[in-house]
Design a protein around this ligand. Structure first.
Ligand code: ADE
Length: 255
């Protein structure tokens, strides 16, 4: 399955660049991801091709007009037969998670709406937007970077986008935990040694070590993620082992 993502943006070149590099670029090359950009300025009227106006009620900044966006969205909807949910990227949206990314990655199509200035006239959002998503609790100057984040996260989950050596199943968050640490050669370096167990060839012991480190790091850095999981007896045992080993060895464990 492939996905088509139409992006409504005043900076179409920015979106096209998303498709130029790395895994996302390869997904586009392999027809697993199709990206199209739509510029509301092309659907604006008058000599100035106005896309924004001042905020009602006074105050600084500009708000994106309803009509150019409505026409742009209509054109984007009509460009392919599949129904496409419209997703507006904004700090007011629900926080994006890997679960949400997985859900979106299974759709054939979606339209991403990027705002600029103070945002978009609320009536356009009420009538045309299916879902509002935020990539985190900070404010960007526009939705394009957030759209790029979403495109990357969705593109890499398309089957065949990742190389053989990579696997989405091994990702952080795929099981609700942070990833374990990774090492490569040289085994011995001035910065330290690769943990001996990783060189043991004992695959079961290595898998156990990785699980323990993933549990331990999640406990140290993101206890909120652990709270959301029901750990089985083996995981609880591994985490206890990690905690015992790290007592007094970390400044991060004061919870
Ligand atoms: N646009 C501006 N800030 C944003 C954020 N944090 N997430 C998504 N879209 C945005």
């Amino acid at each position: 399955m492939a996905v088509r993502i139409d992006v409504v943006t005043l900076f179409p070149e920015f979106v096209r660049q998303c498709a130029a590099f790395g895994v996302t670029g390869r997904a586009v090359e392999r027809d697993l991801l199709r990206l199209e950009a739509w510029n509301p300025r092309d659907y604006a009227e008058g000599g100035y091709r106005r896309v924004d106006d001042s905020v009602c009620g006074g105050g600084p900044g500009m708000v994106m007009l309803i009509e150019p966006l409505r026409r742009t969205l209509a054109a984007a909807h009509q460009a392919a037969p599949e129904a496409a949910p419209v997703i507006y990227l904004s700090p007011q949206g629900k926080r994006l998670t890997q679960d949400k990314v997985r859900q979106l990655a299974s759709l054939p199509r979606m339209i991403l709406l990027c705002g600029r200035y103070e945002g978009i006239d609320e009536r356009l959002i009420e009538h045309e937007v299916d879902e509002e998503l935020s990539i985190g609790d900070y404010v960007l100057s526009g939705g394009e970077l957030a759209a790029a984040v979403l495109i990357d996260a969705i593109g890499r989950l398309q089957e065949g986008a990742l190389g053989d050596a990579q696997s989405a199943e091994q990702d952080s968050f795929s099981d609700g935990l942070l990833d374990c640490p990774h090492y490569t050669r040289p085994v011995s370096h001035g910065f330290g040694e690769v943990p001996a167990i990783l060189l043991s060839g004992d695959h079961a012991a290595i898998a156990r070590w990785r699980r323990r480190e993933a549990l331990g790091r999640t406990w140290q850095r993101r206890p909120d993620l652990l709270d959301a999981l029901a750990l089985d007896v083996e995981d609880q045992r591994l985490l206890e082992e990690f905690k015992r080993e790290h007592k007094g060895h970390t400044h991060e464990q004061d919870h």
